[in-house]
Write a protein that binds this ligand. Structure first.
Ligand SMILES: *[C@@H]1O[C@H](CO)[C@@H](O)[C@H](O)[C@H]1NC(C)=O
Length: 376
């Protein structure tokens, strides 16, 4: 077993290193509720169970996010292999929910919150039938040049959503999400981090808006998904259906479409999706070599995400909980595309913990922040 343990430890370290994308606690009208901890994944693997909580279970362990090529799968609902939370917390219509993220490293991207009525017990509802109503969204503030994700970081890694006072009382799954866009200038480069919670809404509201199936929320080539965030941003279109109460259909879905085989298409149609100026090479960048290895293969998606999970990961890892999960996590440590010819345009070329090539085959390696440099 010693041999196995060594392997398992390596795998566990690698996977835990990617554990930054979780809401570790949430507060409903001032009451603290336990969020899902990665430790629970290991507890479940080792003992078969973990504490009953009101946050959904998810295996966001390997590369930690849902990529655009998985928008058509059930994982887009509540993250990878999500399973219903056993308990339900509650909030009054008109009240607030604070979502407390583990230390969040990605300051580029929108923050969104959805609810879906369970029409029964949320502990047993089929996630693929949930219809999401967007109740809160925040993208890019051009007046302050600030992304919602950065505002979240600046607010103690916490986001507060106000529950619309008009929503009918009942059991809901709340779906809170950050979409990280630091690599979204390339096809399949956006990173969705959804997290789900069972929360009953109380009060006297009567509105039961229709929603949008998870698999119809986003498309890989949405203007707010395939988006180069570098350079001067003049506008940003938050993806997903209309915001509830915005007067344009109360959450009835407006952007179905599919996701399959979108990589090539997305690349060739990137020009209209990018609404920004100044970046000389931003328009119509035909699928650079970085796009190719990303296609249909999750492991390469996380390259740009992997640099920042450094010391926090080691600090929170509990080495006694060993699990043999290996290949995905280990594969994710492989350097980015083109180590021989250099990193393609928009690829990562540096940052804390980054081990890939620092030479750009196109563009110049530019420091975006301490944990992410990019060829632009
Ligand atoms: C910051 O968030 C943590 C949870 O992530 C919480 O325990 C702590 O109380 C928060 N601090 C403040 C000042 O709100």
């Amino acid at each position: 077993m010693a041999f196995k343990s060594t392997l398992a430890l390596a795998g566990a370290f690698a996977s835990t290193a990617l554990a930054h994308g979780t809401v570790t606690g949430f507060v409903t009208d001032g009451t603290y509720n336990q969020g899902f901890l990665l430790d629970y994944y290991y507890q479940k693997a080792n003992s078969g169970s973990f504490p009953d909580i009101a946050a959904w279970y998810a295996e966001n362990l390997d590369n930690g996010f849902v990529a655009p090529d998985a928008y058509g799968t059930a994982d887009i609902n509540c993250h990878k292999n999500a399973q219903n939370a056993a308990l339900t917390s509650s909030v009054a219509a008109g009240g607030t929910v604070d979502f407390q993220w583990s230390t969040w490293p990605h300051g580029i991207g929108p923050v969104l919150t959805y609810v879906a009525a369970c029409n029964g017990e949320c502990s047993s509802v089929d996630k693929t039938t949930l219809k999401w109503v967007k109740i809160d969204e925040s993208g890019y503030d051009t007046s302050t040049s600030t992304w919602a994700a950065q505002a979240l970081i600046d607010n103690n890694n916490t986001w507060t959503t106000t529950v619309p006072s008009t929503l009918a009382a009942g059991n809901y799954v709340f779906r809170h999400e950050i979409i990280a866009l630091h690599g979204a200038g390339s096809a399949n480069g956006a990173q969705n981090y959804p997290q789900c919670f069972n929360i009953a809404i109380t009060g006297s509201g009567t509105d039961s808006p229709s929603g949008t199936l998870g698999t119809e929320l986003y498309s890989a080539d949405d203007a707010g998904i395939l988006f180069n965030p570098y350079g001067t941003i003049t506008s940003y279109t938050i993806p997903g259906p209309a915001l509830y109460g915005s007067g344009s259909g109360s959450g009835s879905g407006s952007s179905p479409t599919t996701t399959a085989a979108s990589t090539t298409k997305a690349a060739t149609t990137s020009a209209p999706a990018v609404t920004q100026e100044a970046s000389t090479s931003s328009a119509a960048t035909p699928a650079t070599t970085s796009a190719a290895p990303s296609e249909g293969e999750d492991d390469s998606d996380d390259d740009s995400c992997e640099a920042e999970e450094t010391t926090t990961a080691a600090a929170t890892f509990v080495p006694t909980t060993l699990v043999t999960r290996t290949s995905t996590a280990q594969a994710s440590t492989a350097p980015t595309s083109g180590s021989s010819t250099g990193v393609a345009l928009y690829g990562q070329c540096g940052g804390t913990g980054y081990t890939g090539s620092t030479t750009c085959s196109a563009g110049t390696c530019t420091v975006m922040n301490s944990y992410y440099s990019q060829c632009i």
